[in-house]
Design a protein around this ligand. Structure first.
Ligand SMILES: *[C@@H]1O[C@H](CO)[C@@H](O)[C@H](O)[C@H]1NC(C)=O
Ligand SMILES: *[C@@H]1O[C@H](CO)[C@@H](O)[C@H](O)[C@H]1NC(C)=O
Ligand SMILES: *[C@@H]1O[C@H](CO)[C@@H](O)[C@H](O)[C@H]1NC(C)=O
Ligand SMILES: *[C@@H]1O[C@H](CO)[C@@H](O)[C@H](O)[C@H]1NC(C)=O
Ligand SMILES: *[C@@H]1O[C@H](CO)[C@@H](O)[C@H](O)[C@H]1NC(C)=O
Ligand SMILES: *[C@@H]1O[C@H](CO)[C@@H](O)[C@H](O)[C@H]1NC(C)=O
Length: 780
C-alpha cells in the first residue's frame, strides 16, 4: 500500500517535472545524441494539411503504437502565405497545433521547413506570387528569392520558438531541414548552385534553433548541416559527407504517389522491412518513412501536373487513417526488434563477414554492450541457410534476420506474422434515408465572358497561364474577337465578327526538377490557328482577353449561399459546365466516409463548403502494368501495381469532421466535361476480412477496427490454402474442428482476439509435419 502510494506520487512528480523539460540534441558521426545518449530513431511523415485536426491525435497515436519515435512533416509555404504577407495558420494548416499534438503523444518531431518541399504538392509548396517579384529566380543565388525564403523561414522558426517547441525549450522538435533534395538538380544551376547551398546553410545556422539542421540529398552540404539520404533503396550504401555526421535516411518511400491515368503502386511489407533492416545493419541510426500517413490532397493542393486527389501512398496508415495490414504490423515488429539492439548499434564495434551468394553476417559488439547480430540474404533468387555460432538459420531470398542477442532470431523481414486486413467499402444501410440524394443543378454561366465582354484585360499575345491567374483558379479563359471571316461551310463561324473562347485548366502545378517553376502552363505563345481549305489564319497575336476562373467560383457557389438559384426536378446528364448539388444524411458511426463519384467526368467537389479535391473518375488507368509481382530484387514504383484499366480514382475521402450528424449535408460538384450524378453515393470504409496464420506454439492475433467486431469465422486450416485472404479455399480434410471451435469461442463478437495455437488444435491433421501452421480467415 505504502509503496504504491509512493510510486503514484513519484509518477505525478516526474510527469510535472517533464512538461517543460529541456532536451539536448546533438550528434556525432554515429547517431543523434539526445540528452547525452546515442539513439536509434524511427520517424514517419504525416503532412498536417493532408488530414484534418480531428484526425491528428489518432494518426499520431497509431504512429506511436507502430513503434515510431518521431513524426516528420514539411511546412507548406503556399498554404501559409497564399498572398504576399497574408498568412493562414487555421484549420488543417495549424502547424503549431499539429506539433503540440505530437508533443502530447510523447513523440519527437522533425520539421522540414524547406520551404521548397516537392512532396507532390502544388508547385512544390512555393507560392506562385513569387513570380511577380521583379528579377526573381527561384532556388538559386538570387537576392529577391533569398530575401523571400529567409523571410518565410524566419517567420516559421520564430513561431515555433514562441510556442516553445524546439527540444531545447522542452518541445518535441529534434531536427530541422533547410532546402530539399537540391543536390539532385544543383549542376543545372551552374556556379550559383554551390553558392546557394552555402547561403542556405549560413542562413539556417544563423537562426539559432539549438537542434541540428539537415539537408537531404546534398552531398556538398557544409558543416554543421548534416547531409542525408532519400530513396527506395541504396541508403544502406550511403555515407554522409563528413565523419561527424550520422547516417540518416530522411525519406524511405513506403509506396508511391499516383497519377491520373495510372494504376495503384504498392510496396510490399517484406521489401520495405528488408531495406529498413539493411539500413540498420549498415550503421544507420535514424530512418524516416515517407509517407507513414499520406492522406488526401484537398482543394487544389496536389502537384504534378496530374497527381490524383488521394495521397494514400500505400503507407502504413491508409488515406483514412486505418492501419494498413500487414504493412503496419510487420514494421511495428521490426521496430521493436531493432530497438532491442539500440546500445549495440549505436555504441558497438561493427564486424561484417561477407559470404557467397550475397549473404552477410554483421555483429555489433564491444565493451559494455550486449552483442547484436544481423544476418542478411541480398540474393534476390536463392533461399539460404546460415550456420552461425552453433545454430542454423533459414533466410529466404531478399531477407534480413534479426538476432538481438546473436543467438536467436526474433524477426525475419520475409516472414510476415501480422494479419492481413482487406478493406471494403459498404453502402450505408443503417438508415434507408441516408441512401437518398436529392439533386438540383445550375449551369455554369458562360454568358457574358464567352461572348467577349467584361474582360479584365486584353493583350496581343497568348500568355502563360499561372502568371495571369497567380494560381487563384485552375481555369483561365482566353477570348479573341475582331476577326473577319468569309466562310463557305463546315464551320460554326459567322461572316463578319466572331468570338473564339478557349478555356484552359491546370491540374496541379509541377513540383519537381531543375527550373520546374518555369515550366509553362496554359496556351502560352500559341500557336492558335484557324486552318481553312486554302488559307491558314494565325490567331496567336490577335488581341486576346483574359478572365481568371469560373463564374461559379467568383460567386462562391460551393458555399451554398441563398442568393444562388438552383433548378430542381429533372436534371441534365452529360452536360459540360454544370453545377450539381445534393443534400444527404451522413452515414452513422465512426467509420471513414467516402463518396463514390463513378459516372462523373472531371471537376471539383465540396462537402458542406469543404473542398474534397478534384475528381476525375472518367480517367481510367492504363490497362498494362499489373502482373504478379516479385518484390525481391531492385524495387521501382511500377513493379507492384494494381487497378489497371480501372478509374484512377473513384472514391473520395470525406473526413468525418466535414459532416453533420442528424441534419442535412450538402454535396456540391462542378462538372466540367459532362457526367451523370445518378450513381453517386456515400459509403463507409471498414475491414472486410482479416486473415492471419500462426504455427503451433505461437500466438495468432486478429482484430477489426473502430468498434466493429468479428462476426464470423470463415476458414481455419492446417493445410496450405488456395487463393488469397478473403477467398481462401482448400485445406480439405484438415479443417480442424478443434481450431474452429476455439477460434469461434475466443473471437466471435470481439473487436480483437489472441489465441495460442497448441498441438491439440491440429489433432485431425496428424499427417502433416510439425510445427503445423494454422491459417484463419474471419469477417469483421
Ligand atoms: C518579412 O518581410 C516583411 C516586409 O515585407 C517584414 O515586415 C517582416 O518583418 C519580414 N519578416 C521576417 C520574419 O523577416
Ligand atoms: C528505402 O529503401 C530502399 C531500399 O534500400 C533504399 O534503396 C532507399 O534508399 C530507402 N530510402 C531511402 C530514402 O534511403
Ligand atoms: C524459398 O523459401 C520460401 C519460404 O520462405 C518458399 O516458399 C520458396 O518455395 C523457397 N524457394 C525455393 C526456390 O526453394
Ligand atoms: C475586318 O472588319 C473590320 C470591321 O469589322 C474592318 O475594319 C477591317 O478592315 C476588316 N479587316 C479585314 C482584314 O478584312
Ligand atoms: C481552294 O483552292 C482550290 C484550288 O485552287 C479551289 O478549287 C477551291 O475552290 C478553293 N477553296 C476555297 C474554299 O476557296
Ligand atoms: C507574335 O508575336 C511574337 C512577339 O510577340 C513573335 O515572336 C511571333 O513571331 C508573332 N507570331 C506571329 C504569327 O506573327
Amino acid at each position: 500500500m505504502e509503496a504504491s502510494k509512493y510510486l503514484f506520487f513519484l509518477l505525478i512528480a516526474s510527469s510535472l517535472c517533464c512538461i517543460a523539460r529541456s532536451t539536448t540534441v546533438s550528434h556525432d558521426g554515429r547517431a543523434l545524441v539526445i540528452d547525452g545518449q546515442r539513439r536509434i530513431l524511427f520517424a514517419g511523415a504525416i503532412h498536417y494539411p493532408r488530414s484534418t485536426p480531428e484526425m491528428w491525435p489518432d494518426l499520431i497515436q497509431k504512429s506511436k503504437e507502430g513503434g515510431l519515435d518521431a513524426i516528420e512533416t514539411y511546412v507548406f509555404w503556399n498554404g501559409h502565405e497564399p498572398r504576399r504577407r497574408e498568412y493562414y495558420f487555421g484549420g488543417n494548416y495549424d502547424l503549431i497545433r499539429f506539433l503540440k499534438e505530437v508533443h502530447n503523444a510523447g513523440l519527437y518531431a522533425i520539421l522540414r521547413i524547406g520551404p521548397y518541399v516537392c512532396a507532390e504538392w502544388n508547385y512544390g509548396g512555393l507560392p506562385v506570387w513569387l513570380r511577380q517579384i521583379p528579377d526573381i529566380e527561384l532556388r538559386t543565388d538570387n537576392q529577391p528569392w533569398k530575401d523571400e525564403m529567409q523571410n518565410f523561414t524566419t517567420l516559421i522558426v520564430d513561431m515555433v520558438k514562441q510556442a516553445g517547441l524546439f527540444a531545447t525549450q522542452g518541445g518535441p522538435i529534434i531536427l530541422a531541414q533547410i532546402e530539399n533534395e537540391f543536390g539532385n538538380v544543383e549542376t543545372s544551376y551552374g556556379d550559383a548552385g554551390p553558392r546557394y547551398v552555402n547561403w542556405c546553410s549560413q542562413m539556417a545556422d544563423s537562426l539559432s534553433i539549438d537542434v541540428p539542421w539537415i539537408m537531404c540529398q546534398q552531398a556538398d552540404a557544409p558543416q554543421p548541416m548534416i547531409n542525408t539520404c532519400n530513396g527506395f533503396s541504396g541508403c544502406d550504401a550511403f555515407t554522409p559527407n563528413n565523419e561527424n555526421s550520422p547516417k540518416i535516411w530522411t525519406e524511405n518511400w513506403t509506396g508511391w504517389f499516383k497519377n491520373w491515368g495510372s494504376p495503384d503502386p504498392h510496396r510490399p511489407a517484406e521489401e520495405l522491412a528488408f531495406q529498413v533492416a539493411r539500413f540498420f545493419q549498415t550503421k544507420g541510426t535514424l530512418q524516416n518513412y515517407y509517407m507513414y500517413h499520406g492522406g488526401t490532397n484537398f482543394g487544389r493542393t496536389s502537384g504534378g501536373p496530374y497527381i490524383i486527389t488521394s495521397y494514400d501512398y500505400d503507407a502504413p496508415l491508409d488515406e483514412y487513417g486505418y492501419t494498413r495490414q500487414p504493412k503496419w504490423g510487420h514494421l511495428k515488429e521490426l521496430h521493436a526488434s531493432i530497438k532491442l539492439m539500440e546500445k549495440a548499434i549505436t555504441y558497438g564495434e561493427v564486424e561484417e563477414v561477407n559470404l557467397d551468394n550475397g549473404l552477410t553476417i554483421t555483429k555489433y559488439s564491444g565493451d559494455g554492450v550486449n552483442p547484436a547480430c544481423f544476418l542478411s540474404n541480398q540474393n534476390s533468387k536463392l533461399n539460404a541457410t546460415i550456420d552461425y555460432e552453433g545454430s542454423t538459420y533459414f533466410l529466404p531470398a531478399w531477407s534480413v534476420s534479426i538476432l538481438p542477442d546473436c543467438k536467436s532470431e526474433v524477426y525475419n523481414t520475409a516472414k510476415v506474422k501480422t494479419q492481413t486486413s482487406l478493406m471494403v467499402k459498404k453502402r450505408n444501410t443503417a438508415m434507408e434515408e441516408s441512401e437518398v440524394l436529392y439533386w438540383s443543378w445550375r449551369p455554369e454561366r458562360l454568358g457574358t465572358f464567352a461572348k467577349g465582354f467584361g474582360s479584365p484585360f486584353t493583350v496581343n499575345n497568348l500568355l502563360e497561364q499561372k502568371s495571369v491567374t497567380l494560381d487563384e483558379s485552375d481555369y483561365l479563359w482566353y477570348t479573341t474577337r475582331q476577326l473577319n471571316f468569309t466562310f463557305e461551310r463546315k464551320v460554326w463561324f459567322n461572316p463578319g465578327r466572331n468570338v473564339i473562347s478557349l478555356l484552359s485548366a491546370t491540374v496541379g502545378l509541377q513540383n519537381y526538377g531543375a527550373y520546374y517553376d518555369l515550366a509553362p502552363t496554359g496556351i502560352v505563345g500559341g500557336p492558335v490557328k484557324l486552318i481553312g481549305e486554302n488559307t491558314t489564319l494565325d490567331l496567336s497575336n490577335c488581341s486576346w482577353s483574359y478572365k481568371i476562373g469560373l463564374d461559379g467560383e467568383v460567386r462562391r457557389i460551393h458555399l451554398d449561399r441563398r442568393a444562388v438559384k438552383w433548378h430542381s426536378g429533372m436534371f441534365p446528364t452529360n452536360r459540360p459546365f454544370t453545377w450539381y448539388k445534393a443534400t444527404f444524411q451522413a452515414p452513422l458511426g465512426s467509420e471513414a466516409v467516402v463518396v463514390d463519384l463513378l459516372g462523373m467526368g472531371k471537376g471539383t467537389a465540396w462537402v458542406n463548403g469543404n473542398s474534397i479535391g478534384r475528381f476525375w473518375p472518367s480517367y481510367t488507368a492504363s490497362a498494362d502494368g499489373c502482373h504478379e509481382c516479385d518484390y525481391r530484387g531492385t524495387f521501382s514504383s511500377n513493379k507492384c501495381q494494381t487497378g489497371c484499366g480501372e478509374p484512377s480514382q473513384r472514391w473520395y475521402h470525406v473526413p468525418r469532421s466535414f459532416l453533420k450528424l442528424g441534419e442535412p449535408n450538402t454535396l456540391m460538384l462542378f462538372e466540367e466535361a459532362g457526367g451523370n450524378p445518378l450513381q453517386v453515393n456515400f459509403q463507409t470504409v471498414t475491414v472486410g476480412a482479416a486473415c492471419a496464420s500462426a504455427s503451433e506454439g505461437d500466438t495468432l492475433s486478429l482484430s477489426c477496427h473502430r468498434g466493429r467486431t468479428i462476426s464470423s469465422v470463415d476458414f481455419a486450416s492446417f493445410e496450405e490454402p488456395e487463393g488469397t485472404c478473403g477467398a481462401f479455399e482448400g485445406g480439405k480434410g484438415c479443417s480442424s474442428d478443434e481450431a474452429f471451435a476455439v477460434i469461434k469461442d475466443s473471437c466471435l463478437g470481439k473487436e480483437s482476439c489472441s489465441i495460442e495455437i497448441t498441438v491439440e488444435f491440429g489433432k485431425s491433421c496428424g499427417t502433416l509435419p510439425s510445427p503445423r501452421k494454422l491459417v484463419v480467415q474471419v469477417t469483421c
